[in-house]
Design a protein around this ligand. Structure first.
Ligand code: SF4
Length: 233
């Protein structure tokens, strides 16, 4: 039976290369991923998301996300909402800097002192939102200094976010994206087997000629999952 992963918050920074705020978005996001909340966050790759990666989209559908955009075009927030689900929180950097009375960085390549301060403040704001979403008391997770021996790496949802389940379908081993989460959500909400299968189809491309084989394998796995379901922490 699957053991579901710890809930994490997905951070989606914009890909803006033309504006200093785009650089700021990525710098602050990296600080949160590597230093402030390494165990509670993953990054969602916006280009991969737009390219139609099932795992990225499934992650944003099931888990909370924070979009950090460099301008009011809000590419990260809009793409997330269009292809998966509305971000839990959306930060627009110029608005954030104005509210905090902070100066915007002047260049997009190198951060001056004002840019570094803005990146620190933005990272703290993202971390605060992560705590709020996860219901963690900030006092319990204040910025613990990271020693060299326990250095962390920012994790991308491509490799660690959304669980898959491998099923034997029509004689082949097939990875079904998000299946443990779909099972848990469906069981909690009292969904019918057909609704379970409909949810699976949202996140997985199922060849029409194999639809009945998929249905049979998935509903058999669901019947096995339900009695001994394990919940997310
Ligand atoms: S939100 Fe603004 S800065 Fe970011 S990618 Fe879109 S247009 Fe560029």
């Amino acid at each position: 039976m699957p053991i579901l992963p710890k809930k994490k918050v997905g951070l989606i920074s914009c890909s803006g290369e033309e504006l200093p705020a785009g650089t700021l978005s990525r710098m602050a996001t990296l600080r949160v991923l590597e230093q402030l909340r390494p165990n509670d966050t993953v990054t969602l790759c916006l280009p991969l998301f737009l390219a139609g990666d099932d795992k990225e989209r499934a992650f944003a559908k099931f888990y909370s996300t924070i979009a950090i955009d460099g301008c009011d075009k809000q590419c990260a927030a809009r793409a997330t909402e269009k292809y998966s689900a509305k971000p839990t929180t959306s930060i627009i950097i110029p608005e954030f800097l104005a509210e905090q009375d902070l100066a915007a960085p002047k260049t997009r390549r190198q951060m001056d002192a004002a840019g570094e301060s803005a990146a620190d403040a933005l990272a703290a704001e993202i971390a605060r939102n992560v705590d709020e979403i996860l219901g963690v008391k900030p006092a319990a997770v204040v910025d613990t200094p990271i020693t060299e021996s326990e250095g962390v790496t920012a994790t991308c949802s491509c490799g660690s976010g959304i669980p898959v389940m491998r099923l034997d379908i029509a004689g082949k081993g097939v990875e079904v994206v998000a299946l443990p989460l779909i099972f848990e959500e469906s069981h909690k909400d009292g969904k019918s087997p057909e609704q379970v299968f409909d949810a699976v189809k949202v996140y997985n491309v199922i060849p029409i000629e194999l639809e009945s084989a998929y249905r049979e394998a998935i509903l058999r796995a669901y019947a096995e999952f339900v009695p001994s379901e394990k919940h997310v922490e």
